[in-house]
Ligand binder design. Sequence first.
Ligand SMILES: NC(=O)c1ccc[n+]([C@@H]2O[C@H](COP(=O)([O-])OP(=O)(O)OC[C@H]3O[C@@H](n4cnc5c(N)ncnc54)[C@H](O)[C@@H]3O)[C@@H](O)[C@H]2O)c1
Length: 459
Amino acid sequence: MNRREMIAAAAATAGASALPASGWTATSANARPKIGIIGVGMRGRVHLAELLKRDDVEVAAICDVDPWSLNAAQAAFDTAGKPRPRVFEGQNQDDDAGWREMLAQAGLDAVFIVTPWEQHAPQGIAAMEAGIAVGCEVVAGITLQDHWDVLNVQKRTRVPYMLLENVCYRRDVLAALNMVRQGVFGDILHLEGGYQHDLREVKFNAGVPGQAYGGGVEFGPMKDGRGGWSEARWRTEHSVHRNGDLYPSHGIGPCAMAIDIHRGNRFTRLTSYATPARGLHNHIVAKGGADHPNARVRFALGDVVTTMIGCHGGQTILLSHDTSLPRPYSLGFRLQGEKGLWMDINKSVHIEGVSAPHRWDAAQDWFDRYDHPLWQAHAEKAEGAGHGGMDFFVVHAFIEALKAGAPMPIDIYDAVAWSAITPLSEASIAGGNVTVDFPDFTDGAWENRSPIFALDGRY
Ligand SMILES: NC(=O)c1ccc[n+]([C@@H]2O[C@H](COP(=O)([O-])OP(=O)(O)OC[C@H]3O[C@@H](n4cnc5c(N)ncnc54)[C@H](O)[C@@H]3O)[C@@H](O)[C@H]2O)c1
């Protein structure tokens, strides 16, 4: 059976996946799942807004350590005309009492984890141990061992776990996947993607609640009147101490789905390079002056980190992480096959024999023709949702799979492998750009698993 026949067969039997894949049953999984959210910061409230639009779930509890965010989240319930949730609080970022209490007491079926990266593994593990399904924001963990731990707990408990990787649901990304599956590009040979987003005004602000973007060059927890708020409070610290691709899933997710990683294919090896770190220091000096105390901070994170990943099927993937320099946003996708390619940056497609020789077509013309069934079915509901609508789809997929007792479309293997690119790239750079083997988290199961992601218009 070739790849396209495999996808067609998988689509034909997709209904069978409505059978519980895990043996896990939530008390109310088929009725109205009770959802909790740990972390109602900038991102958590986007998920909250999507959940509050739905009548098939109850957002029963929220937890945070930031009073401003808790107030803003509770106000969202009033605006939506929904009853306020139980509120669990902690004192500071390192305080795990609030979320542990919520997992123990709130009677949840599922929890969204939308906290700083370093908390995702312990919170995901605790939720699964408590029998609570997990929708985890990117990333799954920090160290390689974190990823094994999250995986092993999921395999033992069989509690559903989905990485909430929204870019997999971007309209152009899904149309391109549709084209891949219909053979328009021929076999895919090379892919590119990344996280190329000027985050200087995200990594630094004035520490004022409600003002997440810019306005100062502070970062870290508030101390002696200085510190950051939102991501500046925790994310910037990762740029001080770590050098690797710190945010791989937006780029790798769509690439992995296009070449059936963990479903007939797998990552085999990885090599990373990093440029010098200039951008964050330059930003501090430009906005805060050369005498600002943060001008003395030495950042470990190279401004542009590039990672080459080899795959069992022979494909190559080039990933970029570029968050500290002036640049317009672009995830820089490129899907290239035997017959042609899509390049995101110039919004262009070229297909031999259809496009004029050596000329680009406007990608939109192709994407209109190959619009994915998911977008055809739900575009109206996605209108107004975050990131051009894709934030609707990632929440929708998690909830619908949960209610159906079906396998999660972005599952535990995807979660740990995509996310483990970070510690592997750090190891490659620290070792002098050595090539490192990619662990087979599936223990050989990748060979015989069939694709399930976005096979039809359901979720
Ligand atoms: N997929 C996407 O497009 C996307 C976009 C933005 C952020 N994210 C991810 O979402 C996550 C959160 O990012 P954000 O931008 O909302 O950051 P944020 O700092 O605005 O929100 C994090 C929240 O977690 C809370 N928190 C911290 N420690 C806690 C604890 N011990 N207990 C309970 N709550 C605690 C903070 O007070 C804060 O309100 C990150 O993993 C980030 O990478 C994803």
